[in-house]
Design a binder for this molecule. Structure first.
Ligand code: DGY
Length: 333
């Protein structure tokens, strides 16, 4: 009996133990036990000799890296839902298949989106700091102290009604918000009925009418700065904006400006334009209670990460067995 040679798989970041163990069983896997982010040169060196690259959202797999791939490297199995960190066109040109890990982060991301939708108008982060930053100084309850704004009965406008947007809508409806959405395509009538959702083909029109905007669309060339300075200016002064998708969907400099000018009421951000750098002006706004900022953690659950790992493994195995992997990502048209 001949033993089949295991594919060489290069994993760029530390993954949950259960995922790494399975990868070692199935593949000739080079893991990153100390979780030090890999440099561009290290990635180039890896793609020259491995069969499969497993990057995450923290690796920029650009055309330069892809062009250095050896002829044996035929798969980039990303440990991520989004794939904006990979030059998919360049991969396609080199005949390299790209896969991702959709579906398994939907509920976790929607939960944290809802947490931000509550946290900003209800001043959750500010309130939580009162007892920890100045212990003993709290003077007690007062009728006019720490007043936020009610979310029940307000309108939410969801930008991008895919899986995550729809999961956010379900939660928002349960919290008494009425659902409005903008999407490239209208969702099916059964979902619209279930959510009692109002579709806006004009994003501008929707933004001008809702109380809370939730950004849930992927980062693509078409959504870069979709929420531009012009569109931010359409928002009502009492409105809030929440982003758990990708930082570059919003023009961050323009957002900071209108927050500073008090032209909207607040923002909740889990993602930033230049991650992991966070604009100090946003940090200042957060310290003043105008925004709540989180370090890209909306999908961060152990269960979710294990499910992502399972998807990566299935994609690799299917591909190595000569079949089309279930989560293939095609270039944008
Ligand atoms: C992804 O996988 O795209 C997420 O942004 C990680 O949180």
């Amino acid at each position: 009996m001949t033993t089949k040679k295991k594919p060489k798989v290069y994993v760029t970041r530390k993954l949950p133990d259960a995922v790494e163990t399975r990868m070692r069983e199935l593949f000739d896997a080079e893991l990153n036990i100390d979780d030090r982010p890999r440099t561009k040169d290290e990635l180039i060196e890896a793609v020259r000799s491995v069969d499969v690259l497993v990057p995450t959202v923290t690796d920029r797999v650009d055309a330069e890296i892809i062009e250095e791939a050896g002829p044996q490297m035929k798969l980039i199995a990303s440990f991520s839902n989004g794939t904006d960190h990979i030059d998919i066109e360049a991969a396609a040109r080199r005949g390299i298949t790209v896969t991702n890990t959709p579906n398994v982060l939907t509920e976790d991301t929607a939960d944290m989106t809802m947490a931000l939708i509550l946290a900003v108008p209800r001043r959750l982060a500010e309130g939580a700091r009162v007892l920890t930053d100045s212990p003993g100084e709290w003077a007690g309850w007062s009728p006019t102290w720490m007043l936020g704004r009610r979310i029940h009965g307000k309108r939410i406008g969801i930008v991008g009604m895919g899986r995550i947007g729809t999961a956010v809508a379900r939660r928002a409806k349960a919290f008494g918000l009425s659902i409005h959405y903008h999407n490239r395509k209208r969702v099916n009538p059964a979902t619209e009925d279930e959510l009692e959702a109002t579709y806006w083909d004009s994003l501008d029109q929707m933004l001008a009418r809702v109380d809370i905007v939730s950004v849930n669309c992927p980062s693509t060339p078409a959504t870069y700065h979709l929420i531009s300075a012009r569109r931010l200016a359409l928002l009502q002064p009492t409105s809030y904006i929440v982003n758990t998708a990708r930082g570059d969907v919003i023009d961050e400099a323009a957002l900071i400006k209108i927050l500073r000018e008090g032209k909207i009421a607040g923002a909740g951000l889990d993602v930033f334009e230049n991650e992991p750098a966070v604009n100090p002006k946003l940090v200042k706004l957060a310290n003043e209670g105008k925004v709540v900022i989180l370090p890209h953690m909306s999908s961060a659950t152990l269960e979710g990460r294990i499910d992502m790992g399972d998807k990566v493994i299935i994609n690799i195995r299917t591909f190595i067995d000569g079949h089309r992997p279930p989560n293939r990502v095609l270039p944008f048209r």
